[in-house]
Design a protein around this ligand. Structure first.
Ligand SMILES: Cc1ncc(COP(=O)(O)O)c(C=O)c1O
Length: 448
């Protein structure tokens, strides 16, 4: 069966193509891609470089999605590409149980420069969800306790185990039950949604957490408290410092492990190597992925070596974890971020972006909140001054209007009413201005 561009089965949005989609490769095969991948855009990428994606019909798109926070060093950073090429010519796969390889040793060396001193044990896997699975296994086996506390709105993956940890949207769970047990959900200090100040939200959420520990999961049965250092999929929400410090205190008091999920917020995204550095709180276990290797599949569970020793040898692992080419990409990524001062740039460009968005907020009351750190910024939309749950269609239109202006943006939040801004860490001042201009154009076109 052949589909034309106007009969695509899985989206009602048609991309503004410069020429019709005629390639046989596309018309023959695209309809066979599993529709479980909901589509936001419909362009076909030819190549990508820095902040731009170039399409097969000649468009140049400013990519402020970074493939959902992955290409932090920009698309195809020359140093990263070179490291991948070099390693690919030496060997592609060296299974970690069988072969010790230099790219993994090099990556551990780089990570030890970036991590707090207490985090000196490193395990590698392939995806964010896989890292979360590992972190939960480690916490359970190390404490001999079963339960995990997560926070409402969190996103930790879509595997059988991580579905139970994820509460950002019901779509990630509905129909897949029964979910694994032993997961308890506490409120996240989401100040804007709660209509509270940050400090009020922090006190409220800590209080509710204590209540959960008194009413549902006893501390002696609680292995870990797991939280995204900055909430990603659930709406780009920075938790208050007092809340993160409170979590550390509760964990220390009860011998509960504290896990920070840095899959989206790590590797310079918030203007620091790891987002938890903003709070002056060090976790027991860190999960990382996405930005760590600029697009090669690589994730990790990091903790003290003492904690890692509690894992029985062979009780966790995988065929591909710590793949040599992915590790080489990770080494080059961390070096490029350091050598090219991308953290500094993330802070400066983040400020520029935040200032521009605040200005637009004054003009458009539909932008209810602008928040974030570094280049992890969210603009939450509301309808009639108080309805986040009605803003999804508006945000969808804005995202498409932005694409028509050659700017790629992505939404997030339980109601999909927040636009997340995730440009590369080496984005230029001009590109931020261009992005803001395109966004303003999209707002003008959408909000009459
Ligand atoms: C904070 C966080 N944790 C875990 C995951 C899951 O990662 P993956 O999609 O690589 O399985 C994501 C993905 O977006 C994430 O943002």
């Amino acid at each position: 069966m052949k589909f034309t561009n106007y009969q695509l089965p899985i989206t009602n949005y048609q991309l503004p193509r410069k020429k019709p989609m005629t390639s046989e490769l596309y018309t023959e095969n695209f309809p066979h891609m599993s529709p479980v991948w909901g589509r936001i855009f419909n362009f076909v990428a030819e190549r990508a470089e820095g902040s731009y994606i170039y399409t097969d019909d000649g468009r140049k798109l400013l990519d402020f999605t970074c493939g959902i926070g992955v290409t932090n060093t920009g698309h195809c950073h020359p140093k990263v590409v070179e490291a991948i090429r070099e390693q690919a010519g030496l060997f592609l796969h060296a299974q970690a149980n069988l072969v010790i390889h230099k790219p993994m040793l090099g990556l551990i060396e780089q990570l030890r420069m970036v991590m707090p001193e207490s985090i000196d044990g490193f395990f590698f896997s392939n995806s964010g969800a896989e890292a979360l699975e590992g972190a939960v296994k480690l916490a359970r086996v190390a404490t001999g306790r079963q339960n995990i506390i997560v926070f409402s709105g969190s996103f930790h993956g879509r595997t059988q185990g991580t579905m139970a940890l994820t509460t950002s949207k019901t779509i990630y769970r509905a129909g897949f039950g029964p979910l694994p047990s032993g997961v308890f959900v506490a409120p996240f200090p989401y100040a804007f949604r709660l209509g509270m100040t940050e400090e009020q939200a922090s006190a409220y959420a800590l209080n509710e957490l204590e209540y959960l520990l008194a009413s549902q999961t006893a501390p002696k049965e609680t292995a870990a408290i797991l939280i995204e250092s900055v909430m990603g999929e659930g709406g780009y929400i920075v938790p208050p410092t007092s809340f993160m410090k409170g979590l550390r205190e509760i964990c220390d008091k009860h011998g509960i492990l504290l896990i920070f999920d840095e899959v989206q917020s790590g590797f310079g995204r918030t203007g620091k190597w790891m987002a938890f550095e903003h709070f002056g709180v060090v976790p027991d276990i860190i999960t990382a992925a996405k930005g760590m290797a600029s697009g090669m599949p690589l994730s990790g569970v990091f903790s003290s070596l003492d904690l890692m020793k509690k894992w029985d040898v062979g009780s966790h692992g995988g065929t591909y974890g710590g793949n040599a080419v992915a590790c080489a990409s990770g080494v080059a990524t961390i070096k490029a971020i350091r050598e090219e001062k991308m953290l500094e740039n993330a802070n400066e460009r983040g400020l520029q972006l935040m200032t521009g968005l605040h200005k637009l907020q004054e003009e458009y009351p539909q932008i209810g909140d602008v928040r974030g750190k570094g280049l992890m910024i969210g603009t939450e939309f509301i309808v009639d001054g108080k309805h986040p749950e009605k803003a999804k269609p508006l945000v969808k239109e804005i995202v498409h209007a932005a694409e028509e202006r050659n700017l790629l943006l992505l939404s997030c939040g339980t109601y999909d009413n927040t636009i997340r801004w995730i440009p590369p860490l080496n984005v230029t001042s001009q590109q931020i201005s261009d992005g803001l201009k395109a966004f303003e154009g999209a707002l003008k076109a959408t909000i009459k």
